[in-house]
Design a protein around this ligand. Sequence first.
Ligand SMILES: Nc1ncnc2c1ncn2[C@@H]1O[C@H](COP(=O)(O)OP(=O)(O)O)[C@@H](O)[C@H]1O
Ligand SMILES: [Mg+2]
Length: 312
Amino acid sequence: MQPVISIEGLTKTYKSGLQALKPIDLTIRKGEIFALLGPNGAGKTTLISVVCGIVTPTTGTIVADGHDIQTEYRQARSKIGLVPQELTTDAFETVLATVTFSRGLFGKAPDPKHIESVLRELSLWEKRNDKIMTLSGGMKRRVMIAKALSHEPDILFLDEPTAGVDVELRRDMWNLVRRLREQGVTIILTTHYIEEAEEMADRVGVILKGELILVEEKTALMKKLGKKTLTLNLQDPLQTVPPELAEWNVTLKNEGHELEYVFDSNLEKTGVPSLLRKLSDLGIAFKDLNTSQSSLEDIFVSLVHRDTGAAA
Ligand SMILES: Nc1ncnc2c1ncn2[C@@H]1O[C@H](COP(=O)(O)OP(=O)(O)O)[C@@H](O)[C@H]1O
Ligand SMILES: [Mg+2]
């Protein structure tokens, strides 16, 4: 697939001396939804801000749609839409004026039809003549999205788009993201909600303490690291795990009513049939059983543990 953003050797050390980004190399593919996943303070906003030309990198180069973000800032930036994490709005302007002005900033000819369709899609059309200061927080966020889409960007950055937003806006936002993707817009979003990355993204990058520790196709990531858990609901609760089950490394849950076995579903020998035979030999009966796939959440927690030894 064609690259639309190429990041090479990017680092950022703030004036305070804090190194927010360790050397980062990353290629974003045209038309994909890329989720940058990481806990608070990991460097997600810094990375996005550098790529959008708002924060200067300490080292490294970034090329967006063929233009160097530093030497050809205007050309590069005109291809990019950014919905920042923080609300920054021109309080005294009307919705329509703000969004219209935003388009002009990127050197695009006026297009009232486009502005109207963006405002309608974001349920802002009825509020177009309202001053931004009179809007609710959710509506202000919608204005931020409208501004980012005003100049029809090919690349859209969404920094924590759904942190603290209501259900309706969250739903509208994802519908919008899906529609933009169908139009060929490349979307890069940051989130610390793993379910969001899992639901929306084609690829996921995990960032921890300024280091991009992993970039994977979401499905490959799930396959590679995804473990399954077998849960057996026991007929009679167990006080302790019988020594005969030691090799499966099972655990008791729910006051001994459940026996849990975590296994790698990609292995030829999962250990499930042999465990069930052993239970039968031991006369341990169960009423029911189920298996569940690990979520990206489990994967993330295990990655965080592996890399920092800290809790997620
Ligand atoms: N302007 C700044 N000056 C100094 N340090 C900063 C600045 N902005 C962010 N940081 C620090 O850089 C690190 C990464 O922050 P940030 O990129 O906002 O992370 P995230 O978006 O993943 O929560 C944090 O330790 C943060 O405190
Ligand atoms: Mg952030």
